[in-house]
Design a protein around this ligand. Structure first.
Ligand code: AMP
Length: 269
């Protein structure tokens, strides 16, 4: 595996006209990231992984500071997976100026995480814009755990970049909790608690799939989760194609955000 600390050096060495797949991450790698990398390796000739904790997508400084980082462990995992290239850029390498750190999103899209984490997706689009401008991968692999992120990135890169997005399904622990780098900030007890929120929502999703009338009980589900002393930030039904609130039996998706102490987790079913 070749490790690049600058995009310039990466561009000199790698021919992006070839079939290259890109897996952007913020590191602290887990099975979710690993499944993206494996999908990339199956589809593409070469795999490029980036590790960059993007400051412009954190709306709270403390959250940025506390975000788990473990580069040594990450490098060992990537080497074991036979990843071809790893990019670990510095902030100055990505952004030339403050203005390039954010890309505005429509008022209509300020829902779910965009509503509760103001500036977050503006920062995500900012970094994706820089990555895709500076390197031109054929494919970019993203996880459905961050469903709204895929939706907004797809919309943003359409007609602007040729990179194709491959969306990969959410990988979960046996307890149903989605793998997340933030899980590293939780104790065993807290992982158990977080798993309850996922399990209850997943069960509710399955019931509603069988009998859509049950969907009306979503507020009851919220109360049941909160009864477990879990702070629910949002629990919403959305149309999986356009994220509108116009849902029916075949297009609905449930979006969940909750706090375990100060750690914020998201999921969707
Ligand atoms: P992050 O490092 O959190 O920015 O995530 C990097 C990529 O991994 C994003 O495309 C995420 O959607 C994806 N990802 C994170 N967790 C999971 C998971 N549990 N299953 C599948 N993909 C995931």
């Amino acid at each position: 595996m070749i490790i690049f600390k600058s995009i310039n050096k990466l561009n000199k060495k790698v021919n992006f006209k070839a079939n290259i797949g890109f897996v952007p991450t913020m590191g602290s790698l887990h099975n979710g990231h690993i499944s993206l990398i494996k999908s990339c390796k199956l589809k593409c000739k070469k795999t490029l992984v980036s590790i960059f904790v993007n400051p412009s997508q954190f709306n709270k400084t403390n959250d940025f500071k506390k975000y788990p980082r473990d580069l040594k462990r990450d490098v060992a995992i990537l080497k074991k997976l036979n990843v071809d290239y790893l990019l670990v850029p510095k902030i100055n390498d990505i952004y030339n100026n403050k203005k390039s750190m954010k890309i505005n999103i429509n008022k209509k899209d300020k829902i779910l995480c965009a509503k509760y984490r103001p500036g977050h997706f503006e920062g995500v689009l900012g970094v994706i814009n820089q990555f895709l401008t500076k390197i031109k991968p054929k494919y970019m692999f993203l996880g459905e755990k961050d469903y709204q992120q895929i939706y907004l990135i797809r919309k943003f890169i359409m007609n602007k970049f040729n990179t194709k997005i491959v969306s990969c399904k959410t990988i979960r622990l046996k307890s149903s909790l989605a793998y997340s780098s933030r899980n590293a900030l939780l104790s065993k007890k807290e992982i158990f608690k977080a798993s309850l929120a996922s399990k209850m929502t997943n069960n509710f999703y399955k019931l509603a799939k069988k009998n859509f009338v049950k969907i009306k009980k979503i507020n009851e589900l919220k109360r049941k989760i909160e009864f477990q002393k879990i702070k629910v930030e949002y629990l919403e039904l959305r149309n999986k194609k356009n994220l509108s609130t116009k849902v029916n039996k075949s297009n609905f998706k449930i979006f969940l955000s909750f706090y375990i102490n100060k750690v914020r987790l998201i999921d969707n079913f």
